[in-house]
Design a protein around this ligand. Structure first.
Ligand code: CU
Length: 309
Protein backbone atom coordinates (compact mmCIF):
# COMPACT_ATOMS: atom_id res chain seq x y z
CA UNK A 1 0.00 0.00 0.00
CA UNK A 2 1.27 3.39 -0.84
CA UNK A 3 -0.17 6.74 -0.03
CA UNK A 4 1.33 9.97 -1.29
CA UNK A 5 0.03 13.47 -0.93
CA UNK A 6 0.91 15.53 -3.95
CA UNK A 7 1.97 18.91 -2.66
CA UNK A 8 -0.39 21.76 -3.37
CA UNK A 9 2.58 23.93 -4.34
CA UNK A 10 2.41 22.64 -7.89
CA UNK A 11 -0.92 24.38 -8.48
CA UNK A 12 -0.62 26.57 -11.55
CA UNK A 13 0.30 30.15 -10.60
CA UNK A 14 0.54 32.04 -13.83
CA UNK A 15 1.62 35.63 -14.06
CA UNK A 16 0.11 37.86 -16.76
CA UNK A 17 3.35 37.83 -18.62
CA UNK A 18 3.49 34.09 -18.59
CA UNK A 19 -0.07 33.75 -19.84
CA UNK A 20 1.14 35.04 -23.19
CA UNK A 21 3.34 32.00 -23.47
CA UNK A 22 0.65 29.74 -22.23
CA UNK A 23 1.20 26.93 -24.72
CA UNK A 24 4.84 26.61 -23.65
CA UNK A 25 3.83 26.77 -20.02
CA UNK A 26 1.15 24.16 -20.59
CA UNK A 27 3.65 21.74 -22.04
CA UNK A 28 5.96 22.49 -19.13
CA UNK A 29 3.18 21.57 -16.75
CA UNK A 30 2.60 18.40 -18.69
CA UNK A 31 6.24 17.47 -18.27
CA UNK A 32 6.09 18.35 -14.59
CA UNK A 33 3.00 16.21 -14.13
CA UNK A 34 4.52 13.33 -16.05
CA UNK A 35 7.62 13.50 -13.85
CA UNK A 36 5.53 13.63 -10.71
CA UNK A 37 3.50 10.63 -11.82
CA UNK A 38 6.67 8.72 -12.63
CA UNK A 39 8.09 9.52 -9.21
CA UNK A 40 4.80 8.49 -7.65
CA UNK A 41 4.73 5.09 -9.36
CA UNK A 42 8.44 4.52 -8.84
CA UNK A 43 7.94 5.21 -5.14
CA UNK A 44 5.04 2.78 -4.96
CA UNK A 45 6.94 -0.03 -6.62
CA UNK A 46 9.99 0.50 -4.48
CA UNK A 47 10.91 -1.63 -1.51
CA UNK A 48 10.65 0.09 1.86
CA UNK A 49 13.46 0.16 4.40
CA UNK A 50 13.08 0.46 8.14
CA UNK A 51 15.95 0.70 10.64
CA UNK A 52 15.77 -1.89 13.41
CA UNK A 53 17.69 -2.57 16.58
CA UNK A 54 17.40 -5.63 18.69
CA UNK A 55 18.87 -8.63 20.36
CA UNK A 56 19.43 -11.95 18.65
CA UNK A 57 17.46 -14.76 20.26
CA UNK A 58 18.43 -17.58 17.90
CA UNK A 59 20.32 -18.15 14.67
CA UNK A 60 19.49 -20.73 12.03
CA UNK A 61 22.31 -20.86 9.51
CA UNK A 62 20.71 -23.61 7.41
CA UNK A 63 17.56 -21.55 6.99
CA UNK A 64 19.47 -18.28 6.61
CA UNK A 65 17.46 -16.77 9.43
CA UNK A 66 17.97 -15.07 12.76
CA UNK A 67 15.30 -14.55 15.39
CA UNK A 68 15.46 -11.00 16.73
CA UNK A 69 13.81 -9.52 19.75
CA UNK A 70 13.37 -5.97 18.51
CA UNK A 71 11.80 -2.72 19.57
CA UNK A 72 9.05 -0.91 17.68
CA UNK A 73 9.74 -0.51 13.98
CA UNK A 74 7.47 2.46 13.19
CA UNK A 75 5.49 1.84 10.01
CA UNK A 76 6.26 -1.86 9.92
CA UNK A 77 5.78 -3.76 13.16
CA UNK A 78 5.48 -3.32 16.87
CA UNK A 79 8.07 -4.64 19.31
CA UNK A 80 8.32 -8.45 19.23
CA UNK A 81 10.62 -11.41 18.76
CA UNK A 82 10.40 -13.05 15.36
CA UNK A 83 12.54 -14.76 12.73
CA UNK A 84 13.94 -12.75 9.83
CA UNK A 85 15.70 -13.95 6.72
CA UNK A 86 19.13 -12.36 6.32
CA UNK A 87 20.04 -11.39 2.77
CA UNK A 88 23.77 -11.89 3.29
CA UNK A 89 23.56 -15.42 4.63
CA UNK A 90 27.30 -15.64 5.31
CA UNK A 91 27.00 -12.86 7.89
CA UNK A 92 24.97 -15.19 10.13
CA UNK A 93 28.19 -17.08 10.93
CA UNK A 94 29.44 -14.06 12.91
CA UNK A 95 26.21 -13.59 14.86
CA UNK A 96 25.54 -15.35 18.17
CA UNK A 97 22.44 -15.44 20.34
CA UNK A 98 22.64 -12.62 22.87
CA UNK A 99 24.34 -10.21 20.43
CA UNK A 100 22.81 -6.77 20.00
CA UNK A 101 22.44 -5.86 16.35
CA UNK A 102 21.41 -3.01 14.12
CA UNK A 103 19.95 -3.79 10.70
CA UNK A 104 17.55 -2.64 8.03
CA UNK A 105 14.25 -4.42 7.50
CA UNK A 106 13.56 -4.38 3.77
CA UNK A 107 9.93 -4.87 2.82
CA UNK A 108 9.08 -5.83 -0.76
CA UNK A 109 6.88 -3.55 -2.85
CA UNK A 110 3.75 -5.68 -2.39
CA UNK A 111 4.55 -6.25 1.31
CA UNK A 112 4.42 -10.03 0.83
CA UNK A 113 8.08 -10.50 1.66
CA UNK A 114 10.60 -8.97 4.02
CA UNK A 115 14.19 -9.61 5.03
CA UNK A 116 17.19 -8.03 6.79
CA UNK A 117 20.07 -6.22 5.15
CA UNK A 118 23.18 -4.49 6.54
CA UNK A 119 23.15 -6.48 9.76
CA UNK A 120 25.85 -5.19 12.14
CA UNK A 121 26.69 -6.48 15.60
CA UNK A 122 26.66 -3.45 17.91
CA UNK A 123 27.34 -5.19 21.22
CA UNK A 124 28.72 -8.67 21.88
CA UNK A 125 28.83 -8.38 25.66
CA UNK A 126 25.55 -10.25 26.14
CA UNK A 127 26.60 -13.30 24.12
CA UNK A 128 25.12 -16.52 25.38
CA UNK A 129 22.65 -14.79 27.70
CA UNK A 130 19.43 -14.83 25.77
CA UNK A 131 16.53 -12.93 27.18
CA UNK A 132 13.14 -13.11 25.54
CA UNK A 133 11.12 -9.90 25.62
CA UNK A 134 9.43 -9.31 28.96
CA UNK A 135 6.15 -11.16 28.89
CA UNK A 136 7.11 -13.33 25.91
CA UNK A 137 5.85 -16.87 26.23
CA UNK A 138 7.53 -18.16 23.08
CA UNK A 139 8.94 -21.63 23.66
CA UNK A 140 12.53 -22.44 22.82
CA UNK A 141 13.39 -25.75 21.15
CA UNK A 142 13.40 -28.54 23.71
CA UNK A 143 10.53 -27.07 25.70
CA UNK A 144 7.19 -28.86 25.91
CA UNK A 145 4.50 -27.58 23.58
CA UNK A 146 1.20 -26.61 25.22
CA UNK A 147 -1.84 -28.77 24.78
CA UNK A 148 -4.81 -27.14 23.11
CA UNK A 149 -8.22 -28.23 21.90
CA UNK A 150 -9.00 -27.63 18.26
CA UNK A 151 -11.97 -28.29 15.99
CA UNK A 152 -11.00 -29.92 12.71
CA UNK A 153 -12.47 -29.98 9.21
CA UNK A 154 -14.89 -32.73 10.21
CA UNK A 155 -16.16 -30.75 13.21
CA UNK A 156 -14.32 -33.14 15.54
CA UNK A 157 -12.47 -32.06 18.65
CA UNK A 158 -8.76 -32.83 18.42
CA UNK A 159 -5.93 -32.08 20.82
CA UNK A 160 -2.27 -31.46 20.14
CA UNK A 161 -1.63 -34.28 22.60
CA UNK A 162 -3.43 -36.67 20.21
CA UNK A 163 -0.33 -36.58 18.04
CA UNK A 164 2.05 -37.76 20.76
CA UNK A 165 4.44 -40.34 19.32
CA UNK A 166 4.48 -38.60 15.94
CA UNK A 167 6.58 -35.85 14.43
CA UNK A 168 3.94 -33.18 13.87
CA UNK A 169 4.47 -30.27 11.53
CA UNK A 170 2.22 -27.38 12.53
CA UNK A 171 1.57 -24.17 10.65
CA UNK A 172 -0.87 -21.27 10.76
CA UNK A 173 -2.93 -19.80 7.94
CA UNK A 174 -6.23 -18.21 7.07
CA UNK A 175 -8.02 -19.52 4.01
CA UNK A 176 -8.72 -16.08 2.49
CA UNK A 177 -5.04 -15.07 2.54
CA UNK A 178 -4.40 -13.21 -0.72
CA UNK A 179 -0.60 -13.28 -0.59
CA UNK A 180 0.79 -16.10 -2.73
CA UNK A 181 4.06 -16.21 -0.77
CA UNK A 182 2.30 -16.69 2.53
CA UNK A 183 -0.60 -19.07 3.28
CA UNK A 184 -1.10 -20.46 -0.23
CA UNK A 185 2.60 -21.30 -0.42
CA UNK A 186 2.48 -22.95 3.02
CA UNK A 187 -0.49 -25.12 2.10
CA UNK A 188 0.96 -25.96 -1.31
CA UNK A 189 4.24 -27.08 0.24
CA UNK A 190 2.45 -29.04 2.97
CA UNK A 191 0.52 -30.84 0.21
CA UNK A 192 3.76 -31.87 -1.44
CA UNK A 193 5.20 -32.98 1.91
CA UNK A 194 2.06 -35.06 2.43
CA UNK A 195 2.60 -36.71 -0.98
CA UNK A 196 6.29 -37.32 -0.29
CA UNK A 197 5.71 -38.88 3.14
CA UNK A 198 3.02 -41.12 1.69
CA UNK A 199 5.66 -42.85 -0.40
CA UNK A 200 7.08 -44.41 2.78
CA UNK A 201 4.36 -46.07 4.92
CA UNK A 202 6.64 -45.92 7.97
CA UNK A 203 7.23 -42.17 7.61
CA UNK A 204 3.56 -41.61 6.91
CA UNK A 205 2.48 -43.44 10.03
CA UNK A 206 4.89 -41.61 12.33
CA UNK A 207 4.20 -38.10 11.08
CA UNK A 208 1.27 -35.71 11.02
CA UNK A 209 0.50 -32.36 9.46
CA UNK A 210 -1.63 -29.75 11.19
CA UNK A 211 -2.76 -26.50 9.61
CA UNK A 212 -4.38 -24.13 12.08
CA UNK A 213 -6.48 -21.15 10.99
CA UNK A 214 -6.31 -17.98 13.09
CA UNK A 215 -9.55 -16.80 11.43
CA UNK A 216 -12.07 -19.13 13.12
CA UNK A 217 -15.00 -16.80 12.42
CA UNK A 218 -14.71 -17.30 8.69
CA UNK A 219 -12.79 -20.60 8.64
CA UNK A 220 -15.53 -22.88 9.93
CA UNK A 221 -15.05 -26.67 9.71
CA UNK A 222 -16.96 -26.65 6.39
CA UNK A 223 -14.74 -23.92 4.95
CA UNK A 224 -11.60 -25.69 6.18
CA UNK A 225 -12.82 -28.96 4.70
CA UNK A 226 -13.36 -27.40 1.30
CA UNK A 227 -9.98 -25.64 1.53
CA UNK A 228 -8.23 -28.85 2.61
CA UNK A 229 -9.77 -30.92 -0.17
CA UNK A 230 -8.36 -28.40 -2.61
CA UNK A 231 -4.87 -29.35 -1.43
CA UNK A 232 -5.63 -33.08 -1.17
CA UNK A 233 -6.74 -33.50 -4.78
CA UNK A 234 -10.26 -33.97 -3.45
CA UNK A 235 -9.28 -37.10 -1.53
CA UNK A 236 -10.79 -36.90 1.98
CA UNK A 237 -8.73 -39.89 3.18
CA UNK A 238 -5.80 -37.47 3.35
CA UNK A 239 -7.41 -35.80 6.39
CA UNK A 240 -6.30 -38.81 8.49
CA UNK A 241 -2.74 -37.49 8.10
CA UNK A 242 -3.37 -33.77 7.69
CA UNK A 243 -5.84 -31.88 9.88
CA UNK A 244 -7.16 -28.40 9.14
CA UNK A 245 -8.40 -26.93 12.38
CA UNK A 246 -9.22 -23.82 14.34
CA UNK A 247 -9.34 -23.08 18.03
CA UNK A 248 -11.33 -20.91 20.40
CA UNK A 249 -9.82 -17.49 21.06
CA UNK A 250 -8.07 -18.36 24.33
CA UNK A 251 -6.55 -21.59 22.98
CA UNK A 252 -5.49 -19.76 19.82
CA UNK A 253 -3.83 -17.02 21.88
CA UNK A 254 -1.94 -19.63 23.89
CA UNK A 255 -0.72 -21.42 20.75
CA UNK A 256 0.30 -18.15 19.07
CA UNK A 257 2.21 -17.03 22.17
CA UNK A 258 3.92 -20.40 22.56
CA UNK A 259 5.02 -20.56 18.92
CA UNK A 260 5.79 -16.88 18.34
CA UNK A 261 3.01 -16.36 15.79
CA UNK A 262 1.93 -12.76 15.27
CA UNK A 263 -1.38 -11.95 13.67
CA UNK A 264 -3.87 -9.15 13.70
CA UNK A 265 -5.65 -6.67 11.49
CA UNK A 266 -9.16 -6.17 10.28
CA UNK A 267 -11.74 -8.78 9.36
CA UNK A 268 -10.86 -8.81 5.68
CA UNK A 269 -7.12 -8.78 5.63
CA UNK A 270 -5.20 -10.31 8.47
CA UNK A 271 -1.53 -9.46 8.62
CA UNK A 272 0.50 -12.25 10.10
CA UNK A 273 3.93 -13.76 10.43
CA UNK A 274 4.78 -17.16 9.03
CA UNK A 275 5.61 -19.85 11.51
CA UNK A 276 6.16 -23.55 11.04
CA UNK A 277 6.78 -25.57 14.20
CA UNK A 278 7.93 -29.15 14.36
CA UNK A 279 6.71 -30.92 17.48
CA UNK A 280 8.76 -33.99 18.30
CA UNK A 281 7.11 -37.33 19.19
CA UNK A 282 7.76 -36.55 22.89
CA UNK A 283 5.72 -33.33 22.67
CA UNK A 284 8.66 -30.91 22.77
CA UNK A 285 9.36 -28.19 20.22
CA UNK A 286 11.98 -29.59 17.84
CA UNK A 287 12.40 -26.68 15.43
CA UNK A 288 10.98 -23.44 14.05
CA UNK A 289 10.98 -21.91 10.60
CA UNK A 290 9.85 -18.50 9.41
CA UNK A 291 9.84 -17.45 5.77
CA UNK A 292 12.92 -19.23 4.53
CA UNK A 293 12.90 -23.00 4.31
CA UNK A 294 12.68 -25.76 1.79
CA UNK A 295 10.37 -28.73 1.71
CA UNK A 296 13.39 -31.04 1.82
CA UNK A 297 14.66 -29.35 4.96
CA UNK A 298 11.30 -29.71 6.71
CA UNK A 299 11.05 -33.40 5.79
CA UNK A 300 14.62 -34.11 6.87
CA UNK A 301 13.85 -32.57 10.25
CA UNK A 302 10.68 -34.66 10.54
CA UNK A 303 12.54 -37.86 9.72
CA UNK A 304 15.30 -36.96 12.18
CA UNK A 305 12.72 -36.33 14.91
CA UNK A 306 11.15 -39.77 14.36
CA UNK A 307 14.54 -41.46 14.66
CA UNK A 308 15.63 -39.55 17.74
CA UNK A 309 12.77 -40.43 20.04
CU1 CU B 1 -1.43 -15.44 4.86
Amino acid sequence: MCRFAIASSIEPKLSDQRRRRSHIVKSRYLVTWALLLLTFFAACNRTHRYPMQGEVVATNEAAGEITVNHGDIPGFMEAMAMPYRVKDRASIQQIRPGDKIAAEVVVGSDRSDYWLENVRITDESGRGQIKLPPGSKMLMPGMTAPDATLINQDGQKIRLADFAGKATLVTFIYTRCPMPDFCPRLSGEFARIQDELKKSPEDYEKTHLLTISFDPKYDTPAVLRRYGLGYLDGDASGFSHWDFASAKADDMRRLADAFGLEYGGDENQITHSMVIVLIAPDGTVANYWGTNWTRTELMESMRAAIKQK
